[in-house]
Design a protein around this ligand. Structure first.
Ligand code: AMP
Ligand code: MG
Length: 284
């Protein structure tokens, strides 16, 4: 009997280092979770409330000068559901507490700076949950697959990224990295749907079909990312994404864990509560 519960915590069952090679990964699987779609949806509703409470606590602390923050880094092939995570997981909390940034092909201005420039400009302030829809990892994914810069340049970036994330964590940002993995067949079905539905044309990019020819090269590039940048201070999680209900549940759970680990409490009043009660009572 499934009861819709995690048998292994998501941060362990989905940790890149716990899972085998990405090329053999089952995008239909639900590692660590015992339950079906209706169980998962019911649990997300419940856990979403807890997530919202924790986010409010983070925000309240930010307002009181705590500069800690959380950064969710979303990567994944086209159609993997990154936008759905932003809407359905980000959408569970007060939007004022979020700082969402999507990273597309670099603009001429962005290209004139080092690859982390646009990333640094988008980091969440204290009290916020930042969400990156694509990230600095694009600079070792499409850039590596297509050698958009010489190999010597992208090779050096793994270390630069690790150092950058180390600093970020030291400055009080909890970094949660999630790679959404969709199967090649499921991607084909999702692209076909975009072509069948006028309300989805806007998401379709003819270039996405060209990228399918580089599927194996992308898997290799993702494997290199996991091998070289899955650190204990900024861990990678691999999120099977063929079942959208599961990827949303899993990422909500990872964010809850990140927030719980901050061990926050409500900031104390910076005024005399009794005095203010008396003033209020005495007011008209
Ligand atoms: P989308 O997420 O559908 O809006 O697409 C954004 C596109 O920008 C994708 O094709 C990404 O691979 C591409 N992109 C994002 N960052 C970079 C980068 N640093 N270098 C090259 N392409 C990038
Ligand atoms: Mg796209």
């Amino acid at each position: 009997m499934s009861n819709g519960a995690w048998s292994t915590p998501a941060q362990k069952s989905l940790r890149a280092s716990e899972l085998g090679p990405i090329a053999a990964f089952d995008a239909d699987s639900t590692p660590g979770f015992d339950g079906d779609k209706s169980d998962g949806e019911a649990l997300l509703t419940k856990r979403g409330e807890h997530f919202a409470d924790l986010q409010e606590l983070l925000y309240a602390n930010g307002r009181s000068g705590d500069d800690r923050s959380v950064l969710l880094v979303l990567q994944g092939m086209d159609t993997a559901g990154k936008g759905g995570i932003v809407r359905h997981v980000g959408g569970l909390v007060d939007p004022q507490g979020l700082a969402i940034t999507g990273f597309g092909k670099p603009t001429p201005e962005e290209l004139s700076h080092d690859f982390l420039w646009r990333i640094r400009n988008a980091l969440p302030a204290g009290g916020r949950i930042g969400i990156f829809d694509r990230s600095h990892y694009e600079d070792v994914l499409p850039v590596r697959v297509h050698n958009l810069v010489p190999q010597s340049e992208w090779e050096a970036r793994y270390t630069v990224i690790n150092d950058f994330e180390r600093d970020l964590v030291d400055q009080g940002t909890t970094v949660v990295k999630c790679a959404l993995v969709v199967s090649k067949d499921e991607q084909k079905a999702r692209l076909a749907e975009r072509l069948d539905r006028p309300d989805k044309y806007w998401k379709f990019n003819p270039g996405d079909i060209d990228e399918r020819a580089y599927w194996d090269a992308y898997l290799e590039a993702y494997q290199a990312v996991f091998d070289r940048t899955d650190t204990d201070y900024a861990p990678w999680h691999i999120i099977p994404a063929n079942r959208k209900w599961f990827s949303r549940l899993a990422i909500c759970e990872l964010l809850i864990t990140a927030l719980e680990n901050l061990d926050l409490s409500w900031p104390p009043a910076d005024f005399d509560v009794e005095e203010q009660k008396k003033r209020l009572a005495a007011s008209e």
